[in-house]
Design a binder for this molecule. Sequence first.
Ligand SMILES: [Zn+2]
Length: 540
Amino acid sequence: MKFSPPLRLASILIAAVAAIVHGQARPAPVTAERVKFVLSTLAHDSMEGRGTGTRGSMRAARFIANQFRLAGLTPAGDSGFFQHVPMVSRWLDPKSTLTADGTVLKAGVDFAVAPGRADPRSLDDVQVVFGGVRGDTANALTAEQVRGKLVIFAAAPAPVDGSRGGGRAAADGGSRQRPPAPPSCRDATATDGVSSSSRGGGGGGNRGRGRGGADGTVLAEAAGVATIEGDHLSPRTLWTATHPGGAFLKDPNAAQAPSAPGPATVSLTAHAAEALLGGSLTNARRGMAGKIVRSSVEFVEEPALGGNVVGLIEGSDPVMKNEVVLVDAHYDHLGIGMPAPGSKDSVYNGADDDASGTTAVIEIARAIKAGPRPKRTLVFIATTGEESGLIGTNWYIKHPVRPLSTMVANLEIEMIDRPDSLAGGSGKAWLTGFERSTMGDTLAARGIPIVKDPRPEESFFQRSDNIAFARMGIPAHTMSSFDLHTDYHRANDEVGLADFKHMAGVINAGVNAVQLLASGFRPQWYPGCQPPGSQSSTVP
Ligand SMILES: [Zn+2]
């Protein structure tokens, strides 16, 4: 809806009067027009889907830094607002080959190997073995049968419901597979095993499938796990293997450093599988030995562009200014990938995920900077590499602009561009991990329109940047109104589907929440509700 000028003036006056009536100075409300401008820019095709480590993400970072500057924030990166994060991109060298009995199989034609953070195990001089149908765990091979071998599986029959999660090739890598059932707050310590790394395969293609599943433990000992895709490799496999999609952190001391080599995740044509097995697939039997394979598989690695955008507002209180409230959203998304059915192009715009949260960070910063100065210091971050495994946040944790021991709370904003009926509809949001700390209850009691995460089975508390801070012991939660729409991680997560009025409502709630957090309220974990992995049991 567009306001006529007199109406708009009237609404501003009403808001000002309301603020005075409440006896508390409040910043001017964030408008739907501003939200539209910022979100439309971040989710524009020219940003190329803000893929981690790409020029599109750098373009977005520059826009965000400029918005921080215009808002009057203090630059807090290592180069102005920009905090460089050293990353590399990796993809399969197209010259790679697999050879069996003189038959040479070509990368990108006969087979592909998914790139990962580190080189997978070598496939050179490795015995091939047939594993039967993928997912048939009742007849799974033993560890002895797979150890050090290239296990070839026939593809499992397609699931009946293929409607979710199949739209993305390059950077998603199956990393958003639904995690195990979430813990309730009380049993968190026992079962909270969902980590950033388990969802951050980042460019791994079939990596998740190669290691997961009921037979995953046994297969983890294989040199490689191959799946037969049909007469040809799927376009998605080819894209994943041959485009610099995933970006990986280069810092050897950081949390996302390369891990020990795991099995290579291989995709094969039927013809290539028969060459490696040395016979027809129709005659192949589970456990049957094939040929010895020779491999020249290599990965190409290049430095990738990337970093966080960091600005701050210094607190006004002589004591509390030494305490930090961190407000963040990830600005990266999935870049350019396979055009998906129903999408008009192949740019994964990520309007909702998470240009919408980034818009909130910019607008919350702008509104607060324009209003009365907060008592605590506020750090605003647009992070990189969330989609590739919380790269930017993990880097920030190693290189904070203020000591982490001074951080009293983290509020993240993720996916707020559409209303969620389970959160109460327009202008309302839910908070991940609401029941774990006093943050949700206190903010809700102060009139901020947030409710408990209505879908705890999705484990959203563990699935975004906030979890990295929570594991450090800092009460850290994400505000969202994601309603599980089907555009998630697809090329049609476009700005045209955004509801700016709703977004403005949620962002204004965010402004109020951050003001409360900045004025003295210090959230605490409820007993037993702090996620494991923290460095301290209480907030310093
Ligand atoms: Zn996201």
